[in-house]
Design a protein around this ligand. Structure first.
Ligand code: FNR
Length: 371
C-alpha cells in the first residue's frame, strides 16, 4: 500500500539501501539460516511477550526505531508514530531529523507515550548539548546517539531521483502529479516538510527538507566522532544513554566502560556501509561478551514476528523496527503504523504458541538451529 500511496522518490528513499544493497538483502536473508526447533505438548493457553527494557516494562519485545523525514509520508508523521507506539505500549524513538519538533511530539503524543530521542553528533557541540537539554526539559528519559552516519552512505536511489541538489528530476515530477492524494494531504496544506529539531544549524527560513538544508545538515555532522565524545555526552546527559550503530563485541564492551545503558546493533538498515554483516550475525558474540551488563538491542530487516523471536532467543533485549512501521505510516498514517505493530505483535504471539514456549522470557537458543 505504501508503494501506491506516496510518490516514487519518497518510497524509494524508505525502501532503498546503499550501493549494491548487499547488506540490505543480508538483513533479510539471515533469518532463513536460522530455524525453529519447537517443543510439543506444552500448555500454551496463556502467552506472554511483555518484557523489561532499561527498567521499564514494554508490552512487546520491540520499539519503533528512528526514521527521518516522516512528514514526507504522512502529514502528521512523527506524532502518528508516537501515538501508534503509545497505544501498543512500546517506546518510539524520534529521529533527530524529524519533521515535527521533539516538544510537539511529546506534547501531542499523549500521557502514555514513551518517546526516546535520537541524536547525531554535530561539529558544534553546543548544538548537541542544546538538543539534550530540550529533550530533558520535555521529559524525555532516553537519548540514542547514532554513531554510524557521520559519513553518509551512497544511496543510489536518492541520487537518481534528484536531478540537482534535492531538485526532483522530470520522471519524479510527473510521478508526483500522479499522486494527487499526497499533494492534497501533504504538499498543499503543509508544503515540503521542514527540519523541526535542527533549525539552529540552518539559516533562518531555509529549513525545508527540499532546500539546501539536507546537505547543510550532512556537512554539520562530525566525522571526528569518537569515544571521547560519547564520554562527553555521558557527562552532560543525566538520563539513559544508548549507542546505536555498534557492530562489534569490542565496541559493545567499550560502551559499557563509558557508561552507556544500552546499545543498538545496527547497520542502519543497509543504508550505510554496504557489504557489512547483518546484526543477527554479530548478536551472539556481543551477547556473550556483554554478559547482561547493558541492554542489547538490534535492528535491520525485522519484518515478521518470527524474526523478533529469533533475536530474543539469541539473547537480545529488544528489537527496533524501521521500515515495517514506516511502510505502515505511509500506507495509512497512525492507523497504518498501528496495524504494522499489531501484525508483528500477533505474529510473535502465534510463534510462541506454535513453538511450545508460551513465555517469551523462556525462549533461548535451545529453540533454534542454525541451518
Ligand atoms: C532510517 N534510519 C535512521 N536512523 C537514525 O538513527 N536516524 C535517522 O534519522 C534515521 N532515518 C531513517 C530513515 C529511513 C527512511 C530508514 C528506512 C531508516 C535507520 C533506522 O533507525 C534503522 O536503523 C533501520 O531502519 C533498521 O532497519 P529496517 O527495520 O528498516 O530494516
Amino acid at each position: 500500500m505504501a508503494r501506491r500511496r506516496v510518490p516514487n522518490f519518497c518510497f524509494e528513499y524508505v525502501e532503498g539501501g546503499s550501493e549494491d544493497e548487499a547488506t540490505l538483502r543480508r538483513n533479510r536473508e539471515v533469518f532463513s539460516n536460522i530455524a525453529f526447533q519447537p517443543r510439543t505438548l506444552v500448555d500454551v493457553t496463556v502467552r506472554n511477550q511483555r518484557r523489561r527494557l532499561l527498567g521499564e516494562e514494554i508490552a512487546s519485545p520491540f520499539l519503533i526505531g528512528p526514521t527521518g523525514f516522516s512528514g514526507l509520508l504522512s502529514s502528521e508523521g512523527d506524532v502518528s508514530m508516537a501515538r501508534a507506539a503509545a497505544s501498543a505500549g512500546i517506546p518510539f524513538v524520534l529521529s533527530n531529523v524529524s519533521t515535527t519538533s521533539l516538544e510537539d511530539v511529546v506534547r501531542r503524543a499523549g500521557a502514555d507515550a514513551r518517546v526516546w530521542m535520537q541524536v547525531y553528533m554535530y561539529r558544534t557541540r553546543e548544538f548537541v548539548e542544546k538538543i539534550a537539554r530540550r529533550a530533558q526539559d520535555a521529559g524525555i528519559g532516553t537519548l540514542v546517539l547514532t554513531t554510524d552516519s557521520a559519513i553518509y552512505g551512497k544511496r543510489e536511489w536518492d541520487v537518481r531521483n534528484f536531478s540537482g541538489p534535492l531538485s526532483l528530476n522530470w520522471r519524479n515530477k510527473i510521478d508526483v502529479i500522479r499522486h494527487p492524494r499526497w499533494i492534497f494531504d501533504i504538499l498543499f496544506p503543509h508544503g515540503f516538510p521542514h527540519f523541526a529539531n535542527v533549525g539552529d544549524l540552518l539559516p533562518p527560513g531555509q529549513t525545508s527538507v527540499r532546500g539546501a538544508a539536507s546537505s547543510m545538515i550532512g556537512q554539520s555532522l562530525d566525522p571526528s566522532l569518537c569515544w571521547r565524545d560519547v564520554e562527553w555526552l555521558r557527562d552532560i546527559w543525566p538520563g539513559k544513554l544508548v549507542i546505536k550503530g555498534v557492530m562489534n563485541a569490542q565496541d559493545a564492551v567499550r560502551a559499557i566502560s563509558v557508561g552507556a545503558d544500552g546499545i543498538v546493533l545496527s547497520n542502519h538498515g543497509g543504508r550505510q556501509l554496504d557489504g557489512a554483516l547483518s546484526t543477527m550475525d554479530v548478536l551472539p558474540e556481543v551477547v556473550a561478551e556483554v554478559q547482561g551488563r547493558l541492554a542489547v538491542m538490534l535492528d535491520g530487516g525485522f519484518r515478521r514476528g518470527s524474526d523478533i523471536v529469533k533475536a530474543v532467543a539469541l539473547g537480545a533485549d529488544a528489537v527496533l523496527v524501521g521500515r515495517a512501521t514506516t511502510y505502515g505510516l505511509a500506507a495509512g498514517g497512525q492507523a497504518g503504523a498501528g496495524r504494522a505493530i499489531e501484525i508483528l505483535r500477533s505474529e510473535i504471539d502465534r510463534v510462541l504458541g506454535l513453538m511450545g514456549c508460551p513465555d517469551l522470557s523462556q525462549v533461548d537458543q535451545s529453540y533454534l538451529r542454525a541451518i
